[in-house]
Each structure stands twice: as C-alpha cells, then as structure tokens.
Design a protein around this ligand. Structure first.
Ligand code: HEM
Length: 173
C-alpha cells in the first residue's frame, strides 16, 4: 500500500492505493517471451529468464526468474522452502545458491520415470476452460496418466518407493 502519492507512466496513484504486481501480464508479455502461452522449456537454454534475449544486462540485474512468488518487500518468504522441496536430498545443502538446474532435478526424475500423457482424448488447456476463476487462479483437476516408461523403470520406482517408506515412517502419526 502506498505510504505517499506516486506516479507511474502517467498514472497518479494516491496515498493508500493497494498495488499488486500483475504476474500474469509480466509472464505473458510477447515482447519478452516468444509464444508465452506455449510450453517451450528450451527457452531457458537461451538465458535463465527464458526471454527473447533482448533485455539488456542492467535490467536483468534486478529481474526475477519468476514472478510467481511476487516481488519487492512483500515477496513470498516461503520461496526458498518451496524451491528446496523440489531439490534432491544430496543437492539440498547447495540449494541456496539455487539455479534452475538444481530446482529441476526432481522434475527431471519424473520425466525419466514416466510417460506423462493426457488422460482423455482432448484436454482443453486454454485459460478459459482449464483454470479457476478469480483473482488468484489455479488449474482445475484434469485427467492424466503416469505410465512407467518400461518394466525396468517400474522396478527402480518400486525399489525407491520401498526405501522412501522407511524414511517417511518417522513422520506418520
Ligand atoms: C510454490 C509455492 C508458493 C508460491 C507460488 C507462493 C506465492 C506467494 C505469493 C505470490 C505471495 C505474495 C507476494 C507479494 O505480495 O508480492 C506470497 C506471500 C507469502 N507467502 Fe508464499 N508462496 C509459496 C509457498 C510458500 C510457503 C511454503 C510459505 C511458508 C512456509 C509461504 C509463506 C508466505 C507468506 C507468509 C506470505 C506473505 C508475505 C507478506 O505479505 O509479507 N509461501 N507467496
């Protein structure tokens, strides 16, 4: 909330105005992201922001990789906890100097283990059909199949599951 009147690009924002960063608009900006609505993980090979590469260096200094956690003084204090939950145990120690690569380890394991396919013929992933309404939107439940990529993959998954059960036992009430 503004503690004093401010102006931004010609707009006068009176004292007391509540301002939210429009993360959706930031991430869907065609000037920065090529085909922003498409799933193109390779965009992050170009640079860690996944942008067209047109943004200059000084601007990148204060740029965030994602605005999903907000920005500024009220940025999510749980961000590191959330990100570290995606990292494998043996990488956790170094997770604070986090990079995209470390964060991707658990997701890379999922892709190694499973073919992830739509659960029905047609899944409409468009913003109007696939997400809840409102200021904060979430994906609605959708049918999906996780199929082990081979018998061998299945064996490894089951082996790891049995080992994990022992570790998780201590958290069961
Ligand atoms: C993927 C997981 C998460 C996402 C996407 C997320 C996202 C956000 C966002 C967008 C905000 C608002 C930031 C702003 O006002 O600019 C926020 C605030 C906050 N988050 Fe998270 N968060 C996540 C996980 C967590 C976790 C694990 C915790 C606690 C352990 C947490 C605690 C908080 C708190 C306390 C605030 C309020 C901060 C403030 O207003 O000063 N969040 N989060």
């Amino acid at each position: 909330m503004l503690t004093q009147e401010d102006t931004y690009e010609g707009y006068v924002l009176p004292k007391g105005t509540i301002v939210f960063a429009n993360a959706w608009a930031i991430h869907m900006d065609e000037a920065e992201y090529e085909n922003p609505e498409e799933f193109i993980p390779e965009r992050f090979l170009q640079n860690k922001f996944g942008t067209r590469g047109l943004v200059d260096a000084p601007y990148q200094d204060h740029r965030r990789v994602t605005y999903g956690f907000g920005a500024g003084r009220r940025v999510c204090p749980g961000q590191r906890l959330a990100e570290n939950s995606l990292v494998s145990e043996h990488l956790r120690e170094s997770a604070f100097e986090h990079t995209n690569k470390k964060q991707m380890v658990n997701m890379a394991k999922l892709v190694w283990a499973f073919n992830i396919l739509p659960g029905s013929e047609h899944v409409d992933a468009g913003i109007k059909a696939a997400y809840t309404d409102g200021f904060l939107t979430c994906p609605k439940k959708f049918p999906i199949q996780f199929l082990p990529r081979s018998k061998l993959h299945e064996q490894v998954i089951m082996q790891e599951f049995e080992a994990a059960k022992d570790i998780l036992k201590q958290y069961e009430g």
